[in-house]
Design a protein around this ligand. Structure first.
Ligand SMILES: C[S@@+](CC[C@H](N)C(=O)[O-])C[C@H]1O[C@@H](n2cnc3c(N)ncnc32)[C@H](O)[C@@H]1O
Length: 415
């Protein structure tokens, strides 16, 4: 099940961590991790386990554009029966990790075999909760409370089968993030965009976008996640760009700032200085993004207003990107080739009828054929029938999961 990757950094002395991501993005996440001083990578479905010194893990957490969350590994053990699971989990000195005044929450994930065997993740979460509560009672006489919605401490356990052996392996992790890293903070409140920010970044990173030469278009841009993530890449902004200012002020923006281990490390000033430095570099890089390169359009004026608001919230000049209400089925490129189109067209709920959608995808392909010579057009779709309706030859297909829905990211070279 695990795919151990041997690297030069196999001898890293730090602690173990786990970076999670939407499935389909694991290999890209691994490549991103390699840019930081992390090593001993193990690829799992939905994430990468790795080793790093504390500071390097925090640097990765602040910078990653692909991970959904980063966890610190607290405890791991093999168990055969439920009772063993309880007593092994209870053995940990949980009162060294958090205090009775802090609230906590537990999430359980299974691999395929464990899911078939245990079935109910809630029961396994309850078992761990009881073990933690018993450990606290034994060592400090009282126990912390659970909070499902706003916990101070979030714990994840991943239960897996052990290859060729009986029993199960449990790894228990502490969430270092709080709000998922994919929630960059540029979406106005109440907006329900279907595409997660880290997935949008992964899509763009899978293209052959030449930042020096290509114009970048999303003709069904909605609230603009794809273009905003392209701007993050153009300026090489950290995923947590909008959390940096809070960090410089010493505000609590990540869960790790609440943790005992973080307070002991004495990183307060280091992290403020680091955030201030990233802010300075980011501001300068935004100022260097050329105008006339990014173009977003959509049928919905409301979506474009949200897009403008998001640009503002992300601290990008609103005129960095040209926005227009337009029909993608008739739209011509805003400039001559070379350029790329990256978009996730509607897939059902808005156009309603399947037949309408099929003709929509067909007409989109026809418009590409007629008007986009020299462009590379990338489309994310979930429905194989709709994919077929675009009667163009694909030159790349990649599988991604968008909120659990299996999708394909397709490239069309228009000649
Ligand atoms: C799946 S959403 C895209 C979401 C977007 N990536 C985001 O981050 O918000 C599809 C978008 O296609 C737009 N759309 C539907 N038909 C269109 C058309 N004929 N021309 C342009 N846009 C259209 C919808 O208004 C919607 O915003």
């Amino acid at each position: 099940m695990t795919n151990e990757q041997t690297t030069k950094k196999d001898l890293i002395q730090g602690k173990w961590y786990f970076a999670s991501c939407p499935s389909g993005m694991e290999e890209m996440l691994l490549e991103e991790l390699k840019k930081f001083d992390c090593g001993n990578f193990q690829q799992f479905f939905g994430g990468i386990r790795f080793k790093a010194e504390t500071w390097n893990a925090l640097e990765f957490l602040i910078n990653t554009r692909l991970a959904s969350r980063v966890y610190l590994e607290l405890h791991q053990y093999k168990f055969y029966k439920d009772e063993d699971h309880h007593s092994l989990a209870k053995d940990k000195w949980w009162h060294h990790i958090f205090s009775t005044e802090q609230t906590f929450k537990i999430t359980t994930l299974f691999d395929k075999q464990a899911s078939g065997f245990f079935k109910n993740s809630m029961i396994m979460s309850l078992r761990l909760k009881d073990a933690i509560a018993d450990s606290f009672r034994q060592h400090v006489g009282s126990r912390p409370n659970i909070s499902k919605d706003n916990p101070d401490v979030s714990i994840l356990q991943r239960i897996e089968a052990i290859e060729g052996q009986k029993g199960w392996f449990n790894r228990i992790y502490l969430d270092l993030c709080g709000t998922p890293l994919s929630h960059r903070g540029y979406r106005p409140r109440g907006h329900e965009a279907p595409l997660r920010e880290n997935l949008a970044s992964a899509l763009i990173q899978s293209t052959d976008w030449d930042r020096e030469k290509d114009i970048f278009m999303d003709p069904m841009c909605g609230s603009g996640t794809i273009i905003i993530e392209a701007l993050y890449l153009a300026a090489d902004l950290p995923g947590s760009w909008l959390k940096l200012y809070g960090l410089t002020l010493g505000n609590k923006v990540f869960a790790f700032q609440n943790h005992h281990w973080f307070k002991q490390e004495d990183f307060d000033q280091k992290i403020k200085d680091y955030a201030a430095d990233l802010l300075k570099k980011g501001d300068a890089a935004i100022g260097n993004i050329p105008g006339g390169q990014f173009f977003g359009s959509d049928l919905s004026p409301k979506a474009l207003r949200i897009f403008e608001k998001s640009l503002e919230l992300a601290n990008f000049p609103v005129d960095l990107c040209e926005l227009e209400v337009a029909d993608a089925l008739e739209l011509k490129p805003y400039d001559e080739a070379p350029g790329i189109v990256v978009s996730n067209p509607p897939y059902g709920e808005r156009l309603g009828q399947e037949e309408d959608l099929r003709s929509f995808y067909h007409d989109l392909g026809e418009n590409f054929k007629k008007n986009y010579k020299g462009f590379r057009c990338y489309i994310l779709t979930s429905d194989p029938e709709l994919r077929k309706a675009i009667s163009l030859q694909t030159s790349m297909r990649k599988q991604f999961f968008n909120g659990g829905i299996e999708c394909r990211f397709l490239k069309y070279d228009i000649r």
